[in-house]
Design a binder for this molecule. Structure first.
Ligand code: 2U9
Length: 346
């Protein structure tokens, strides 16, 4: 027991006088004293030589010694990690890196505004594929094989190889998404479908070969043209202000009957006549109508039992009017000087 105490005393002195300047020396210390074959383990092994009546006392002393060695190790570790910071070239007084705040794309801002108004009326949002087959884009929408809207000049067809069973194309409207919702067979349906669509048009300041739409659809028993008018009237008042006036003009779409186009009193001049409304006092903002019975039938919905209305609007034009943008190509050029001008508050 006396030997053991002397040995511990000597070890303690050695440990106390040890100092380290780098991580390597600290690690060497750990291996020498606290490693699996280290001196602390070794001296612990000497317990077996201590007479039984002294084992309790010896155990306490050895434990204290072990803690002493561990405390020294922690101290060395802290000291060298401080040294690393102090000697490295990190200057903690320098200002941090700036994280610039991005801004939303004006098309997203406009689309989100439209979506949120319809969401308040209970419409859900649905999205569908931009690469679509001929049936979902045309046939189901009451556009038979030789309909002018299918003309090669308007539609981008996708070359899917000679063995393709169907014609593939880039969707020309988001109506494919409504058809897919209808085919799920869960009624009533109340959805809006925002998305990008493609048409083979010459690119200019006013038109592009792709643009964005928000279309909507409501199918249930007893849905009438009066429901359509009130829904869209609510929408434009939220969008353009409570004083806005509307008018419906008869129109034609293959997928709706009757069909109409809706104008709002010019939100630039208030109806007096300006360049935007071409001195008419009215701005056309969307097309709409009662869903054609053939369209319901094509997607497996009984037109004797259910009726519905649908509408569609472009996103680019209202965004151009709202933000004073005079060239549609700016939306897709990704010029930061253009993009950074729009804020979600706008
Ligand atoms: C289904 C049935 C009917 C969607 C409709 C319009 C009228 C319309 C244009 C507005 C400007 C397209 O972006 S634009 O060029 N859209 O005038 N869209 S009714 O009718 C549907 C859709 C899906 C199943």
């Amino acid at each position: 027991m006396q030997d053991l105490l002397q040995k511990i005393e000597a070890y303690k002195n050695e440990i106390s006088s040890f100092s380290a300047t780098d991580d390597k020396q600290v690690e060497d210390f750990r291996i020498k004293w606290l490693g699996t074959k280290g001196l602390v383990k070794g001296i612990m092994g000497e317990m077996k030589n201590v007479p039984n009546e002294q084992k309790r006392e010896a155990g306490q002393i050895l434990n204290e010694f072990k803690q002493f060695a561990e405390a020294k190790f922690d101290e060395l570790k802290d000291a060298t990690s401080n040294t690393v910071q102090q000697t490295s070239d990190i200057d903690l007084t320098l200002p941090g890196d700036e994280t610039p705040l991005g801004s939303r794309h004006p098309i997203s801002l406009m689309r989100n505004q439209i979506i949120s108004i319809f969401q308040r009326l209970g419409f859900a949002v649905a999205e569908g594929p931009e690469i679509e087959d001929d049936w979902h884009n045309f046939t189901a929408l009451n556009m038979p094989e030789h309909h002018p809207a299918r003309d090669m000049q308007d539609t981008f067809y996708v070359d899917a190889g000679e063995n393709a069973a169907v014609d593939w194309l880039l969707r020309t409207h988001t109506s494919n998404t409504q058809i897919r919702e209808m085919k799920k067979g869960k009624l009533p349906i109340r959805v809006i479908c925002p998305g990008r669509v493609y048409r083979n048009e010459t690119i200019s300041a006013r038109s592009h070969c792709f643009f964005h739409q928000v279309e909507g659809l409501y199918i249930d028993e007893n849905v009438s043209f009066a429901d359509l008018k009130q829904t869209l009237y609510f929408f434009v008042k939220e969008m353009y202000g409570q004083d806005v006036r509307v008018r419906f003009r008869p129109s034609y779409f293959p997928f709706t009957e009757p069909s109409a186009e809706m104008d709002v009193s010019c939100f630039i001049c208030g109806g007096k006549g300006c360049n935007i409304c071409k001195k008419t006092g009215w701005v056309e903002i969307l097309g709409c109508g009662m869903i054609h019975p053939n369209v319901l039938q094509n997607s497996g919905i009984n037109p004797e039992k259910y009726t519905g209305f649908a509408f569609g609007m472009g996103v680019e034009r209202p965004a151009m009017l709202k933000y004073g943008i005079n060239d549609i190509r700016l939306f897709s050029e990704n010029d930061v000087r253009f993009l950074k001008q729009f804020t979600s508050a706008g």
